[in-house]
Ligand binder design. Structure first.
Ligand code: ATP
Length: 306
């Protein structure tokens, strides 16, 4: 079903003593997407995920997963979700298959016959006899993802899944998650590094000091960060008309009486300068502007408007 909401969180609050870790947190996840839950250390990501996993109780608010409300139907809801919160629990003296078997028993799932495929799905090879104590961190993380799949969930919830991994490990995890998503899995993953999520997520939820600041799609994020040529001109009407005629694909936005922003992948500032000179328009500013991801994020959390 297109645009089927898979998880709805509404008005979630959580306090630890005098600290309000979550303040009126609300968002909805739609099936089939990859959501990046982005926030600095201490923003409230883990608290939110722990509530979803049933490890922490909220003070107030509503959680609904696939039509099942917490806390009444939380067990049924969680049977449809796979979690990786903080460090997954492994048994070092067991093999990957034995760890997965135990995880399935824990879930009450009976897919033991599919363990070899599950191991293959996360790209672990030739590890039949190897115990976990001989696994690298990257291999353990792959197994961690396999463990979240042990109950064949509809929604994966992963808290900082690439934390501590080297760049190769990060790329591997990204590829595994992309593949799972292509197979139809909805994924919700947290990180404090926007650039890392940018490679993977289709949608972003920005949390800061316990509050949701923005929910935006990749296209909206790109738009918000988009580079533009910023021009201050003596005759903006004429310049706009000339730019639109010569570069029909460019999007020209007026800002105040004398400023134009020109969004286009093809137009260079020099070309704008030439148009201005040919039309006797005086330019007092001609420069590239736009945010990189980091400055977009910093602007967002410091209350700047895009
Ligand atoms: P990180 O990226 O560091 O994991 P986070 O976004 O996941 O950060 P949380 O772990 O949810 O943030 O923490 C939110 C706030 O709640 C922090 O100020 C944290 O110190 C506080 N906090 C979290 N768990 C507890 C707890 N059990 N007792 C007291 N305070 C807590």
């Amino acid at each position: 079903m297109e645009n089927e909401s898979i998880l709805e969180i509404q008005g979630l609050n959580k306090t630890y003593g005098s600290l309000q870790a979550l303040k009126d947190v609300s968002f909805t996840l739609t099936r089939g997407k990859i959501y990046g839950f982005i926030g600095e250390n201490g923003a409230g990501k883990t608290t939110c995920i722990r509530i979803l996993a049933g490890l922490t109780r909220p003070d107030s608010g509503r959680v609904r997963v696939l039509g099942k409300d917490y806390p009444q139907k939380a067990k049924e809801a969680r049977a449809r979700m796979g979690f990786m919160v903080e460090r997954p629990i492994y048994y070092d003296n067991l093999t990957a298959a034995q760890n997965l078997d135990l995880q399935m028993q824990l879930y009450g799932a009976h897919y033991q016959a599919e363990i070899p495929q599950l191991i293959e799905r996360v790209g672990l090879k030739n590890i039949e006899k190897r115990k976990l104590k001989d696994f690298s961190l990257g291999m353990k993380q792959r197994l961690g993802i396999a463990m979240t799949l042990a109950n064949k969930p509809d929604l994966l919830v992963l808290d900082e899944p690439v934390n501590g991994l080297d760049p190769v490990g990060m790329v591997d995890v990204r590829h595994i998650l992309q593949k799972l998503n292509q197979e139809g899995m909805t994924i919700f993953l947290s990180s404090h590094i926007l650039a890392e999520l940018y490679q993977l997520a289709s949608d972003y939820i920005v949390i800061h000091q316990g509050q949701i600041l923005r929910c935006l799609s990749l296209a909206e994020l790109n738009e918000a960060c988009q580079k533009n040529i910023n021009v201050i001109a003596s005759d903006t009407d004429l310049l706009q008309q000339q730019v639109e005629t010569q570069f029909p694909e460019a999007r020209v936005v007026r800002e105040g009486a004398h400023t134009l922003k020109i969004f286009s992948e093809h137009v260079e500032p020099g070309q704008i300068g030439r148009i201005a000179a040919n039309n006797q328009i005086i330019l007092s500013k001609l420069s590239y502007e736009g945010d990189d991801l980091e400055s977009f994020y910093i602007k967002t959390i410091s209350g700047g408007q895009q």
